[in-house]
Design a protein around this ligand. Structure first.
Ligand SMILES: C[S@@+](CC[C@H](N)C(=O)[O-])C[C@H]1O[C@@H](n2cnc3c(N)ncnc32)[C@H](O)[C@@H]1O
Length: 185
């Protein structure tokens, strides 16, 4: 029994590795892979997002740039049914998962698209967790497009061009990590 468990685990781990490798090759190493937010840093970024959204009496639009399978978008959408939540995800597997998970959430809209090609001006809160060197490009795009009231929360990675308002310290399995809060000016 134990041997089957170990073998099953090894096969799954290999499939996971192959999946990440294929994704990496498909995007030519340009986009970060599908790894959901998890652990304390996920709790912390959700808490910061909730603090921002609680202050909004009118309905606002929130976007997760690279929404994965929805580990941030879905709890927020459930907690704030009067706000609208948008997710962009280029990769088929997380997109397949999130599409199924949000079927009964009328305030969530997900698109299998490259968020770098989308217009981001309407969002009040923007979430992201993107490394791989697109921080510069994304920072520049956000600087050009977002409104003066919009808030950007970036998990782990600092973004260029925007004004850094706060840096929160968090933890991920004992490692020190950061959440950056930006505005346009
Ligand atoms: C680190 S994961 C974060 C997932 C999710 N935000 C969460 O917290 O659970 C980054 C995700 O962004 C997606 N991604 C990266 N660059 C993208 C792009 N330009 N357009 C759409 N999705 C992108 C990746 O496929 C990956 O699933």
């Amino acid at each position: 029994m134990f041997l089957y468990f170990v073998l099953g685990f090894a096969v799954l781990a290999c499939l996971g590795e192959v999946y990440l490798l294929v994704s990496y090759v498909r995007c030519q190493g340009k986009y970060p892979p599908f790894i959901n937010s998890f652990g304390k840093v996920r709790e912390d970024i959700l808490q910061k997002a909730e603090e921002i959204l609680q202050r909004e009496k009118e309905a606002v639009k929130v976007v997760d740039l690279g929404c994965g399978s929805g580990s941030l978008l879905i709890p927020l959408a459930k907690k704030f049914p009067h706000h609208q939540f948008y997710g962009y995800e280029w990769d088929w597997l997380p997109f397949f998962l999130i599409s199924r998970r949000v079927k009964n959430l009328p305030n969530v809209f997900v698109y299998r698209k490259n968020f770098m090609k989308e217009d981001l001006r309407d969002y009040k809160l923007l979430l992201c967790n993107v490394g791989n060197g697109i921080e510069q490009e994304l920072g520049q795009k956000l600087k050009q497009e977002i409104s003066a009231e919009a808030v950007v929360l970036s998990e782990f990675f600092p973004l260029s061009f925007l004004r850094e308002k706060k840096v929160y310290l968090s933890k991920l399995y004992g490692l020190n990590v950061k959440i950056f809060l930006y505005m346009k000016n």
